[in-house]
Design a protein around this ligand. Structure first.
Ligand code: SAM
Length: 222
């Protein structure tokens, strides 16, 4: 599957904070690669990056990007979601799967030029509802549900559970943390001791001042 980008237009930081956050989070969860937002919003960027950092994946966000600039050099198809567009079930088979797509969603009134620029103007039903709902339904159909439970290799992974909450730390990260914890325990005065007995590289992490890296020549601290 090619990359899916979102272009959110009409974002007003004071009013649309929550909605745009949810546009980004929903699109990330449903398989998009990243989002452009037309108005600069540093807080929004930080919030979305923080989620992506904890829960994994390659999701990117850039704010302060006009839709004209985002779409100008875009090599792929532009899909505009609007209640006035053609039926989603009729549009979907026409949208190529081997090209990237950029999906534009609005806030209030969308300029006429967006309809003209779009390769596809697509409705998710012809009732007015919400950019979050329209995007979620479109993405789920476009990806055939495949993104929902895909592993993002994040620091945290939620394990589906009939009752209660199960959140596990990624095993790789747990090993890395344990290794760094061991080194700290072995280090009088905070000075790290690297495997004195010449054990294999194992889960040892490279650290500042160790230029050989795991498995390379060791610098043994006294
Ligand atoms: N009149 C607007 C329109 O063109 O769809 C509704 C504005 S709505 C508050 C904000 C955004 O939600 C729209 O710009 C559109 O991207 C999306 N949206 C709302 N209803 C939709 C629908 N039925 N189909 C597709 N997108 C929809």
């Amino acid at each position: 599957m090619s990359d899916i980008w979102i272009m959110r237009i009409g974002h007003r930081p004071e009013r649309d904070k929550r909605v745009t956050t949810h546009v980004a989070l929903s699109s990330r969860a449903l398989g998009a690669r990243g989002i452009y937002v037309d108005t600069y919003d540093e807080v929004l960027e930080q919030n979305i990056r923080s989620v992506a950092e904890r829960f994994g994946g390659d999701y990117e966000i850039k704010t302060g990007v006009r839709w004209q600039d985002a779409t100008r050099g875009f090599k792929g198809k532009v899909v505009h979601l609007t209640m006035y567009g053609e039926r989603v079930d009729e549009a979907l088979p026409k949208i190529p799967r081997d090209e990237d797509i950029m999906i534009i969603v609005g806030a209030e009134k969308v300029p006429r030029e967006v309809y003209d620029r779009a390769d596809f103007n697509v409705s998710v039903g012809n009732q007015p509802h919400s950019e979050i709902a329209a995007l979620a339904i479109f993405l789920d159909r476009f990806t055939e549900g495949k993104a929902l439970y895909s592993d993002r290799h994040g620091k945290l992974t939620v394990v589906p559970n009939e009752r209660g909450k199960t959140v596990v730390e990624n095993p790789d990260r747990r090993r890395m943390r344990a290794a760094s914890h061991r080194r700290r325990l072995q280090a009088p005065g905070g000075r790290p001791l690297l495997h004195r007995e010449g054990r294999g590289g194992g889960d040892r992490l490279p650290h500042r001042g160790d230029r050989h890296g795991p498995g390379g020549r060791r610098r043994l601290a006294a």
